[in-house]
Design a protein around this ligand. Structure first.
Ligand SMILES: NC(=O)c1ccc[n+]([C@@H]2O[C@H](COP(=O)([O-])OP(=O)(O)OC[C@H]3O[C@@H](n4cnc5c(N)ncnc54)[C@H](O)[C@@H]3O)[C@@H](O)[C@H]2O)c1
Length: 225
């Protein structure tokens, strides 16, 4: 009887040890997605949430961001932060908030992007500068802020959302196309430096969804899409 009791006790200890090994404490990974109050960034965020991630959305448009937070994300696993990705101080503050709330960052999607579709000679220096500030400086600044946090967990993944406009030249995209081409090279530079430290850096060149009809009606029909 005593032997049976000891055997039961030993088996219980063994099972407890096995189940402890089989069920490590649940760690939810964290993705930061910029420009995700709407559009492609919002779709990316929803997919990450479905896959079990916590999400931090950084967007300049506070009004749309708070609507999206109410309508689309009824969960504590999504943090919406007003932030202009072209402003290093705002990005640092936002990234600090993400770390305070979620404790880690595993993924950064540099999605925030803007465009002005105008002929080169009608594009002002201010428009040119703003597009480069958001589309190129933004991913540089956000990566500088997030990569050190990723390295604390020995790695992560960064995705820069580029465009077909960065792969080939076309009309009406002097600043946008140039910013996306530069973003692709920035991606390679970042990958060259961060790849062997455990952070993958990739770019995705998306193809525009606008109906050609709209563009042709608005601008010269000789436009190159
Ligand atoms: N929609 C397309 O067909 C297409 C094609 C190729 C590439 N892209 C790229 O995909 C990305 C997303 O495109 P989208 O169509 O969803 O755009 P969108 O205009 O619908 O959404 C962009 C989001 O970025 C935010 N944003 C703008 N400036 C910001 C800033 N300074 N800081 C933080 N947030 C800012 C906006 O508030 C908005 O919520 C962009 O980088 C765009 O260049 C889109």
């Amino acid at each position: 009887m005593i032997r049976l009791g000891i055997l039961t006790l030993l088996l219980s200890i063994q099972f407890a040890a096995i189940s402890k090994n089989q069920s490590p404490p649940l760690i939810m990974k964290v993705a930061v997605v910029t420009g995700a109050a709407r559009g492609i960034g919002l779709a990316i965020s929803k997919k990450f949430l479905e896959e079990g991630y916590r999400i931090a959305i950084l967007d300049i448009d506070q009004k749309t961001l708070s609507q999206t937070m109410k309508q689309d994300f009824d969960t504590n696993n999504v943090l919406g932060l007003e932030c202009d990705v072209s402003e290093p101080d705002q990005v640092d503050q936002s990234v600090n908030r993400v770390v305070e709330e979620f404790g880690r960052i595993d993924v950064l999607v540099n999605n925030a992007g803007i465009a002005e579709f105008k002929p080169m000679l009608e594009t002002s220096y201010e428009e040119w500068s703003r597009i480069l500030a958001v589309n190129l400086n933004g991913p540089f600044i956000c990566t500088q802020a997030c990569a050190p946090i990723m390295l604390k967990n020995k790695g992560g993944s960064i995705v820069n959302i580029a465009s077909i406009s960065g792969l080939r030249a076309s009309t009406l995209r002097i600043a946008y196309g140039t910013s996306k081409a530069a973003l692709m090279h920035l991606t390679k530079q970042q990958a060259a430096e961060l790849g062997n430290k455990g952070i993958r850096v990739n770019a995705i060149a998306l193809i525009p969804q606008w109906p050609k009809k709209f563009i042709l009606q608005t601008y010269d029909p000789t436009i190159i899409m």
